[in-house]
Ligand binder design. Sequence first.
Ligand code: GLY
Ligand code: MN
Ligand code: MN
Length: 421
Amino acid sequence: MSHYRQLRAALAHKLAGRGLVHVVGGTPVPRNFDVDYPFRQTSDFLYLTGVEEPGCHLVIDPETRRETLFVPRIDAHHRVWEGHVPSPAEARRLFGVDRVMYADELKKVVGRRRVASRAALRDALDDLRACKTEGELALMRRANEISGAAHREVMRSARAGMREYEVQALFDAACLRAGLKHLAYPSIVATGANAAVLHYRRNDAPLRDGELLLIDAGAEDKGYAADITRTFPVSGRFTRRQRDVYQIVLETQKACIDACRPGVVSADLHVRSMRLIAEGLKSLGLLRGETDGLVEGGAVRLFYPHGLTHMLGLDVHDVTGGRRRKMPNPTKVPVRFCAKLEPGFVITMEPGVYFIAALLKDPALRRKHKASVDFAKAETFLDFGGVRIEDDVVVRPSGPPLNLTSVPKEIADVEAACARA
Ligand code: GLY
Ligand code: MN
Ligand code: MN
């Protein structure tokens, strides 16, 4: 409770003089007829209150610091279907706010008072949410530990003949059994060539010995996400070719993790990962030429078409820190996330190498990159899919970051984790 109180106080402080702070909670989203999607509270509301009920509002008067939580008025009929819902008095004790009123009384409090603009509120929340407090880190650590254990269970249990959704079921069940009811995003379970579809969601193909299985999955604790990817051989043993590609991604990831220090620009890290991957692909004979040219000219992007990193928090692609942190991209490659790293940032590190038919067989791209890419050789990898390794790290005031993710990733450790009992 004091955790949420502190965050509300910080928000009130930031918005002092701008009027009442009014934060609107989420409402159920209809799925069909009278069925809703499972309710997930909005991230801002979770950030400030931890309240997981729909239909709520939070109003803070920054001058008096008085906090009012508004909850829906529940009638007897509703209780028949939904069971007990905390009364205002109970909710006040439960959530540690100054008072609780019914949502239909909102006007009484907000009335004609000046309310902080949505833009000011958005900017203040983005600014605050970027650096995680100790309380938030404890939740992120738990989400990572449970998701990590689920990944380890998947490595132990996945085998040829299973379908991707059986692996997904193992992962989801392990998280649920540990008390995490929500996944942070739809699990990607992609065997063989499916791993080259970056947002693969079908999850229904059979696993075959000789293929790699990529699983990108994480659960959330009180809204705080884990975002973890591992790639491992279905048979439990990497082939030579898989080993070569895997090692390039692993070495790239480890070097970039070590470089996550305050003041480093995330876009520069991304370029660094592209250079390392370019050099690795050169050693395999897939790319040729100067590394700078391969990075800036876009040839590496044929094999590594996504970002290295994003912020992680209540959203899997979390807020990027508000206007104060906006900065121009100092590199020559396009990036979605560009910020100077600060202590308390939690970010992912997720390089990958993929063999994507849509890119490797595109006539215009083949013409453009014919001097840099051995397309004939790349085509022999079209059944390969891809490798991604993704950990979640906390930037510290000095030294390398704290890695929240503890799931085997060295080749020998992955093979040991896949070993059959
Ligand atoms: N799972 C989404 C991502 O890795 O960004
Ligand atoms: Mn990610
Ligand atoms: Mn991911």
